[in-house]
Design a protein around this ligand. Sequence first.
Ligand code: KIV
Ligand code: ZN
Length: 390
Amino acid sequence: MSDQIYFFDTTLRDGEQCPGASMNLREKLEVARQMERLGMDVIEAGFPCISDGDFEAVHTIAREIKKCRIAGLARCVKADIEAAAKALEPAGERARIHIFLATSKLHMQFKLKKAESEILRMAAEGVSYAKQFVQDVEFSPEDASRTDLDFLTKVVETVIDAGATTVNIPDTVGYTTPDEFYRIIRHLKENVPNIGKAVISVHCHNDLGLAVANSLAAVRAGARQVEGTINGIGERAGNVALEEVIMALRTRAGQFGDVTDNINTKEIVRTSRIVARMSGMQVQRSKAIVGENAFAHSSGIHQHGILNCRETYEVMDPQAVGWGATELPLTKHSGRAAVKSRLEQLGHVLTEEEVNTVFERFKKVGDSKKFVYDDDLSAIVDDSLHASTG
Ligand code: KIV
Ligand code: ZN
């Protein structure tokens, strides 16, 4: 039987922590509705104790969204856990309280000013307390990838004993590398005696541009939930871009064992557009999967290849992620085959010699501007072929 990979979207919580990306209630609800259409397993709707607005957003999303689990974030303190539980009430059985507590020496010493024994006690108490409100409790040892591995192992065992159903291993500052992260996850799988009672999750930040590679390494090591955001928005260099992880798992399935997921990939581009519009964070053109140029080919050799067989220069079908057909924008790099094909699409029936004439003029126009648009091409045809006969 296939192993299920669960996707946990934190666009509305960690994504929103990206400076300038705050969303109001209406915007958050629109994103959440689209996440539901996308088939997201868990939506982290906010951090209820941080503001009335966040509480309201989590509460409303918990009431309106019916097909996803809804998570609310909480520090490992009673007041936060109570606020999350209250905000999540309308979600009933689908409510998840997500508790985090830092476990690296750096954070314990300089931020929390607590010893390992206190952290273990707080983690166990926090999870047990959350279990009084909901069945589904996720625990994140913040800065896990920089945490002493023996201590991390103890923390994970302790929170599972206390009832955590998902243990999330965050690479909070985007510091780990794929090999190292693989070893951390394998170590936990092999050394935490009760690990089978919880889903191992990962949460990678992109400070070194390794978030996708690290998440995929973790899946190979046995992680079964991946957390991230759409378009990769988030603190600093962002969170892992979930659309990239989803499509890497789908496209290179053989590399990851027999895994499956619930995502309706045809909704990916629409989700990206909605997140960009609601958060105000624009997507760069060459961004994988969802950037404007992700399936656009402009060089002559590539366009010729694509016209003969899409797979020559594409590793996935653009329509599978919600784009229209492959785009062959015409630029000075384009070749005769692409120009001829576009002329045919535009209804110009030309002899080979006429195509050559148009192509010569096309190259000159291409040298003077970034794109040669359909109107330009028709003007070239009129000018170079029909002007003298008219
Ligand atoms: O990056 C991080 O460590 C987090 C936790 C709250 C999961 O966002
Ligand atoms: Zn994070």
